[in-house]
Design a protein around this ligand. Structure first.
Ligand SMILES: [Zn+2]
Ligand SMILES: [Zn+2]
Ligand SMILES: [Zn+2]
Length: 273
């Protein structure tokens, strides 16, 4: 399977509208961060995304998305769902299933109420169906397992991404996380099983935040679940890509984690598992 980071920025994206800070004015393409999202291609050409934020249309065009088998959602904050209408052009042939927790789907029904009314005919709305999840979901060769985590007081989902009926390398996507309950840590790794090959984890900034991991908390999560590669996402404009790379390197060196890769993610970063 192949994973592509569609966006690695926090809710504003980077550059932030109206901001003239060095990161927002940076010429390094890795300092341009769209809203956080992940694209997953299965070995049998399944195509799914985790979150459809306001940049979804541009992100889909950039990766040449031609079909979509499912949408998985972490939560219903605007930066994660407000591009959902743009699955419309991919839903003419068949409805696209959307998976999330009950609260997220309840909010979607309000936010996108027109999509669920029978009155509007034709192509004016995305054809989606909502599926509350508690258990792993299989999309052909891909299996996505919901991982309940806390985003401040909100209960949201991270996702474990594995190959169906395969105990080989897997990935975990945890954005907008401030706490991971023990039961969820156990879902990610049991004592006899290795940790994820790739962990993509929200790390907002250096300073702590009420509803998001800081860089250090996010990297520590990688250590806790024994991830081999840890990539930070949902990053704000406080530091450049280069600076965050140095922060990750310092964290690794201080803890003698030579075998672990720790870096900031960037838009269009790819991994093959
Ligand atoms: Zn967010
Ligand atoms: Zn800025
Ligand atoms: Zn959020």
């Amino acid at each position: 399977m192949k994973l592509t980071v569609l966006g690695s920025g926090t809710s504003h994206g980077i550059p932030v509208i109206g901001c003239e800070c060095p990161v927002c004015k940076s010429l390094d393409p890795k300092d341009n961060r769209m809203r956080a999202s992940l694209y997953i291609e299965g070995d049998d050409e399944e195509r799914v995304v985790i979150d459809t934020g306001p940049d979804f249309r541009i992100q889909a065009l950039r990766v040449g998305l031609k079909s979509l088998d499912a949408v998985f959602l972490t939560h219903a904050h605007a930066d994660h769902v407000h591009g959902l209408d743009d699955v419309r052009s991919l839903s003419y042939e068949r409805e696209i299933p959307v998976y999330g927790n009950a609260e997220t789907l309840r909010e979607l029904k309000e936010r996108f109420s027109y999509a669920f009314q029978n009155t509007q005919r034709g192509g004016g709305k995305p054809r989606i169906n909502l599926n509350p999840v508690k258990h792993p979901v299989q999309i052909g060769s891909l299996t996505l397992t919901p991982i309940p985590v806390k985003h401040g007081r909100l209960d949201i989902l991270g996702w474990k991404i594995s190959k169906t009926n395969d105990s080989g390398p897997f990935a975990v996507y945890l954005t907008d996380t401030s706490f991971i309950p023990q039961a969820s840590l156990d879902l990610i790794r049991s004592p006899e099983v290795k940790g994820p090959e790739v962990l993509i984890v929200g790390g907002l900034r250096v300073r702590p935040h009420e509803t998001h991991f800081s860089f250090e908390q996010a990297l520590s999560t990688g250590v806790d679940i024994r991830a081999r590669h840890v990539y930070l996402t949902h990053i704000c404009h406080g530091h450049s890509h280069r600076e965050i790379t140095a922060i990750c390197r310092r964290f690794r060196n201080l803890r003698n984690l030579e075998d672990t890769v720790m870096e900031p993610a960037y838009d269009r970063m790819e991994f093959v598992l």
